[in-house]
Ligand binder design. Structure first.
Ligand code: AMP
Ligand code: ZN
Length: 134
């Protein structure tokens, strides 16, 4: 924990706008929302990322992610949302305590991923490199 801001939120040392809490999982408003109702869902125990979190705790977190998504539609009348979980700084992870963003969307043109393409043979090479490391 030491300097982890999300551990401090779990411990009540830092304030947060909680929307859900149980023994293992906490969900609260992102302080700088993409849209109002942008929620972060975290395990209460500190795990840095997807590689560190045990599967049983991950399932508990995802159960809450699923519930919150629906509540954004029901409660705030959003028509859709993105679920984003970034691993490591190169992917934009700023807080090294695994968290799932649930980002409610106003329309599909707000933002989007950039897209690339594969040259002849490249896709198969990539497939082999992934398959051989699962
Ligand atoms: P990431 O870039 O995926 O690591 O996301 C970290 C998120 O945490 C950002 O969207 C921040 O706005 C959010 N954040 C940082 N500090 C707080 C805080 N004290 N309470 C709520 N959200 C926070
Ligand atoms: Zn932490």
């Amino acid at each position: 924990m030491s300097n982890c801001i999300f551990c401090k939120i779990v411990a009540g040392i830092l304030p947060s706008y909680k929307v859900y809490e149980d023994e293992d999982v906490l969900a609260f408003l992102d302080i700088a929302p993409v849209n109002h109702g942008h929620v972060l869902v975290i395990p209460k125990k500190h795990f840095a990322n997807m590689e560190e979190i045990p599967e049983d705790i991950l399932m508990k977190v995802l159960r809450v992610v699923k519930k919150i998504g629906l509540s954004l539609k029901r409660g705030l009348k959003y028509k859709g949302y993105n679920i984003v979980e970034s691993n490591d700084p190169v992917a934009g992870q700023e807080v090294a305590h695994i968290h799932f963003h649930i980002i409610p969307r106003l329309n599909k043109n707000e933002f989007s991923w950039p897209h690339k393409s594969y040259k002849e043979g490249e896709a198969q090479e990539v497939v082999e490199k992934i398959k051989n490391n699962i």
